[in-house]
Design a protein around this ligand. Structure first.
Ligand code: ZN
Length: 194
């Protein structure tokens, strides 16, 4: 695979990922007060992406009761078919957006995301993923790992991701930067480059 551009630069083939901006994660079972502040930022990014024809992928937890690995640790959350598993109304997907249900932390794990990313841009595929959503140190980080090992460039929206605590948020950003070479940028900066 050859790539003439690096992520974050003009000419990159972007895909925007929105992770777990679901009712249970923002308002419900795993309520996160800090998630509120990123909603308007993600909204700005998504509007810009749709305007420019950059594909948007909602990667949403949709658990089954047999997902005991997570049930034991977090309790039931974003259970398939429940309101808690729905994207919050402020960020409701547009018709042109893709929905990727997932059952683990990573949006790539057992989902069709990789295939979908390869199919966009007329089959050339995306070369850069922009990570937004929850949580910086959990699903964002695990998704970044899977993007990294697939050779994708990673941009993390600094003000478009959040975690339960400031420390979790900052450590997640730092980890993705150091270990996966992620570029950490503000939404305003990313939106301009799309
Ligand atoms: Zn989960």
């Amino acid at each position: 695979m050859t790539r003439s551009t690096k992520g974050g630069q003009k000419g990159a083939r972007y895909a925007i990922l929105v992770l777990d901006m679901l009712d249970d994660f923002v308002n419900g079972k795993l309520k996160c007060a800090r998630a509120k502040r990123i909603i308007p930022n993600i909204k700005v990014l998504l509007e810009e992406a749709r305007k420019k024809g950059v594909p948007v992928f909602y990667c949403n937890d949709e658990h089954l009761p047999i997902d005991t690995y997570e049930m034991k640790l977090w309790g039931p959350h974003a259970m398939k078919g429940t309101r808690g598993a729905q994207v919050i109304k402020e960020l409701a997907p547009a018709k042109s957006d893709y929905i990727v249900p997932k059952r683990t932390y990573s949006a790539f794990d057992g989902t069709g995301l990789e295939r979908a990313l390869k199919g966009i841009y007329g089959g050339k595929g995306a070369d850069t993923v922009v990570i937004t959503g929850l949580h910086t140190n959990i699903c964002d980080r695990h998704t970044a790992y899977d993007a990294f090992v697939r050779g994708l460039n990673i941009v993390v929206a600094e003000d478009g991701v959040e975690a339960f605590t400031e420390q979790d948020h900052l450590s997640g950003l730092e980890y993705m930067k150091q270990v996966y070479g992620a570029q950490v940028k503000k939404v305003s900066e990313i939106a301009k480059k799309l």
